[in-house]
Design a protein. Structure first.
Length: 277
């Protein structure tokens, strides 16, 4: 949905959310560049202090490419394989978190080669990005809500969960009407995902790891990324069951996105158990 126009050029709400995420990432990484523990990681310190613009540009580029191709390949290949030019119509929507996550990995691999980062420095860089990533997810879910997309299943407003009525959940916007879809009451999955995938994960990671940044007692490289992958994967598997997913999203009894989340959990376990070099 269009937020406003500049000289006739439409500015989309979802695009604004992406912009806020990247600006936040820049500020966060700039702050990390000031910590003394980076003295032990000279190439990474040089990157964050003197070439942060190069890093952000690479991440923005590959997140957009990866996010778009992820949606095309993982979720809508049957359509796009017959309409290849529509892949370029990014304004019509269609971005995948998993694709964007892979895009970040590609960007970091490029940066590793260009700035001669050693393996542990590359893993620490991914960890630093993952620390603020939940806030980017939160902004993304706000964009989904503004676009009235990725909505939940229809519910009966007279129903209850224990002593909690769905009518009270409607007042709290946990249940809402997506006017662009129909006039039925649906679970507000954007709000739920924004909280659990975004705010909740951000708070958990802050409690677990941020103090270590200030004290200089840094964790083993890749550990934060592993914890994030496992927690995000588990949360997403559960929340996907609340969405009103079309039949094409299923592979027998499981959703495509849930299959990708299982792979993400496996990756997380690998990152946690992997020894540093």
């Amino acid at each position: 949905m269009i937020a406003f126009s500049v000289f006739g050029w439409p500015i989309y709400r979802y695009g604004i959310m992406y912009l806020l995420s990247f600006v936040l990432g820049y500020v966060f990484l700039y702050r990390i560049s000031k910590f003394s523990f980076l003295d032990k990681l000279p190439n990474l310190q040089n990157l964050l202090k003197n070439h942060l613009d190069d890093l952000i540009v690479a991440i923005v580029l590959w997140v957009m490419i990866g996010g778009r191709l992820g949606d095309v390949i993982f979720y809508n290949w049957d359509f796009y394989s017959q309409n290849l030019l529509d892949i370029l119509k990014i304004r019509n929507g269609g971005m995948s978190f998993v694709g964007g996550f892979i895009g970040v990995a590609i960007a970091i691999a490029y940066i590793k080669k260009k700035f001669k980062l050693v393996a542990d420095e590359m893993r620490y860089l991914f960890d630093f990005i993952v620390l603020f990533l939940p806030l980017g997810i939160l902004f993304g879910r706000i964009g989904n809500s503004l676009n009235q997309e990725l909505y939940g299943k229809v519910v009966d407003l007279s129903a209850k969960i224990g002593s909690i009525s769905f009518e009270s959940l409607y007042k709290w916007k946990i249940i809402r009407i997506f006017e662009s879809v129909d006039s039925q009451f649906r679970r507000n999955t954007n709000l739920l995902e924004g909280f659990w995938e975004g705010a909740f994960l951000f708070i958990v990671q802050a409690l677990l790891f941020w103090k270590k940044l200030w004290t200089g007692k840094i964790w083993r490289p890749g550990f934060v990324s592993g914890v994030f992958c496992i927690m995000y994967g588990l949360i997403r598997i559960v929340l996907e069951t609340l969405r009103d997913n079309p039949p094409a999203e299923y592979r027998n009894w499981i959703l495509k996105s849930q299959i990708l989340m299982v792979a993400m959990i496996i990756l997380g376990k690998y990152l946690i158990m992997r020894k540093s070099k």
